[in-house]
Design a protein around this ligand. Structure first.
Ligand SMILES: [Ca+2]
Length: 589
């Protein structure tokens, strides 16, 4: 959704960004590796809380784990955790006596079990992507983006091979329904493909074109995710053809501050009335139609903050009954808010607390991880410390809770592009490499593969990143690097669903292990412009005599008999090593 913070909000945001997060707000799990006996793990914890390790509680999958202090120095403590069951998923650090509250830090150290773990989604802003039919460009009758490129479904069909070559396995299309504007978030009819993206004045031919596109993408192993705004629609919504169930949906005036801002820009929206049962039915039917009847694989749900939680829970339940494999991803973003505030808001949509007699009430499979987007930009593009990244990954995991499956991304249509903050393709490739090594769905905005950028970046909302895809002058070298990263993500389940074990984080470097029983992948980030040698004790993690093989980049490593790894990370990049075979701890159990 197009939201624009006021000048005051932007200023406030910048001020808060400069001040940063409260330093040392939470302890960090510096490293976690399996110990030498079954059920034993060695954890190093840092932060002011580590001065009093007895005040810390360690929870494994929600149950207390015994922790024995091995050594302590200043704000760092080394502990031995005992009785950790095989197959455990999640370690959380909490304050003793406050175990029921959200933990301070958490870590998914066991493999992720989710059908969406390996989704690599390519986000197409349809109007900007590819013009396959200049004959429909005149069909935009409302607001038109100054960069409007005539993009349409035919254009996507003609470039489907590019998506396949890049190695993504899903595509998210910005709204393709009948609308007046070029962005399409003002839907005129949920059941009709827009004239401007298909065949003017021929809904049947337009639907056939859409079906051809879905079939073509499916044939290439690419799933289709539609962007459907259910909070609002155009004031001129088609109450005849757009309401096949004759449910006579009702609308209200703008309710939330953001909606009032859109109104002030001249947005011509109606806001659906969620207190009216037939309106809810109408909206659920529209969403279900595309999943059930037209073979769509998922929905990206716009501006979920405008809609009551119980509607999302109802929709989720009906979607999963109709199509269990469908992915529901929501956008809950406060564009002027900091990481903590955004994460707390997002957590309310990950919340599955029982209600209405249901044992669990999920609302979405995923929410876009806006806070991590801010952190990734800060660390990879703007030069912040790598410790911020490790801290935030653990802090956000604690805030989101054990059921969360955040969709990670670097930028989208509502914010400055990553490359507007830096002009260095190496930094972009490093960020994509790291993103691709995180378990769970990831999303790449179209044009990322060619380093698409624009003028002065700004925090919060901007639509400056909506730029025509520069077909014909793609940066083939960068495309090749992104392809290679996505190829690794496809071929190595350790990246998409592996447990994550932090091993090192300092100003310029971050090293972690991604672990599945078949393979351990070591991921090393070097943010500096010089090579960086890291020395790691991985005795419990890697089998003796293992031969680490470079996976991404030429980053040589030597593993000694005693389990000491020396790894030289080339400058400015994300590098990977593969160590096949069972991790030592799993082999023993
Ligand atoms: Ca066109």
């Amino acid at each position: 959704m197009r939201t624009r913070p006021g000048i005051l909000a932007i200023t406030l945001f910048l001020l808060l960004s400069v001040c940063g997060r409260a330093a040392g707000a939470a302890p960090r799990i510096v490293s976690l590796v399996p110990g030498t006996a079954p059920g034993e793990w060695t954890a190093v914890i840092s932060g002011k809380e580590a001065r009093k390790p007895d005040a810390l509680a360690f929870l494994v999958d929600g149950k207390p784990a015994a922790a024995e202090v091995q050594s302590a120095e200043g704000e760092t403590v080394r502990l031995k955790l005992r009785g950790v069951p095989a197959g455990a998923q999640r370690l959380a650090v909490a304050l003793r006596g406050k175990e029921k509250d959200a933990p301070l830090a958490a870590l998914g150290f066991g493999p992720l079990d989710s059908p969406f773990a390996d989704w690599t989604v390519y986000h197409v802003m349809v109007e900007m992507f590819a013009d396959g039919n200049p004959g429909n460009d005149g069909e935009i009758t409302g607001w038109k983006h100054p960069n409007y490129a005539g993009g349409d479904l035919q254009g996507i069909l003609e470039h489907a091979k590019h998506l396949q070559g890049l190695g993504v396995n899903a595509v998210w299309l910005s709204p393709i329904f009948a609308a007046k504007t070029s962005h399409g978030y003002d839907v005129l009819n949920y059941y009709r493909i827009g004239d401007a993206v298909a065949v003017p004045e021929d809904p049947k031919a337009s639907l056939e074109l859409f079906r051809r596109l879905v079939q073509d993408l499916h044939g290439r192993g690419i799933r289709v995710v539609l962007d459907i705004p259910l909070n609002h629609a155009s004031k001129a919504y088609d109450r005849e053809a757009g309401d096949p169930g004759k449910l006579k949906p009702r609308a209200t005036a703008a309710r939330q501050e953001a909606e009032k801002v859109w109104e002030s820009w001249g947005g011509e929206y109606r806001y659906w009335d969620f207190s009216h049962e037939p309106t809810r039915r109408f909206l659920k039917d529209a969403a279900l139609y595309w999943l059930r009847d037209e073979g769509v694989d998922g929905l990206r749900l716009d501006y979920v903050r405008g809609v009551p939680h119980d509607f999302w829970a109802e929709l989720y339940k009906e979607v999963k009954q109709a199509k269990p494999g469908a992915w529901l991803v929501g956008e809950a973003w406060m564009d002027a808010g900091r990481e903590e505030a955004n994460a707390a808001e997002i957590a309310t949509y990950f919340d599955r607390s029982p209600s209405k007699g249901m044992e669990s009430t999920p609302q979405f499979d995923s929410l876009f991880d806006f806070p991590l987007q801010m952190t990734l930009t800060s660390v990879f593009a703007k030069g912040s410390s790598a410790t911020e990244l490790e801290d935030w990954l653990q802090r956000s995991e604690a805030l989101y809770g054990p059921d969360a499956l955040p969709a990670r991304f670097l930028d989208n249509h509502d914010m400055a592009r990553f490359m507007s903050w830096t002009r260095e393709p190496d930094r972009l490739a490093a960020a994509v490499g790291f993103l691709a090594s995180l378990s769970g769905p990831i999303v790449l905005f179209y044009g990322t593969e060619t380093g698409l950028s624009h003028g002065a970046p700004q925090a919060g909302f901007t639509d400056a990143g909506r730029i025509p895809m520069p077909w014909g002058k793609l940066d083939q070298a960068l495309v090749g690097r992104i392809q290679r990263i996505l190829e690794l993500r496809r071929e190595h389940p350790a990246l998409t669903r592996g447990g994550r074990l932090p091993l090192l984080a300092d100003r310029d470097a971050l090293v972690m292990a991604k672990v599945v029983p078949e393979e351990t992948v070591l991921v090393g980030v070097n943010l500096s412009g010089a090579p960086r040698k890291v020395a790691l004790d991985v005795a419990g993690l890697l089998p003796p005599g293992a031969k680490p093989q470079p996976l991404l980049g030429d980053a040589p490593a030597v593993l000694s008999e005693g389990g000491h790894l020396e790894w030289t990370l080339p400058p400015r990049g994300t590098w990977m090593l593969s160590i096949p075979g069972l991790p030592k701890s799993a082999a023993k159990e």
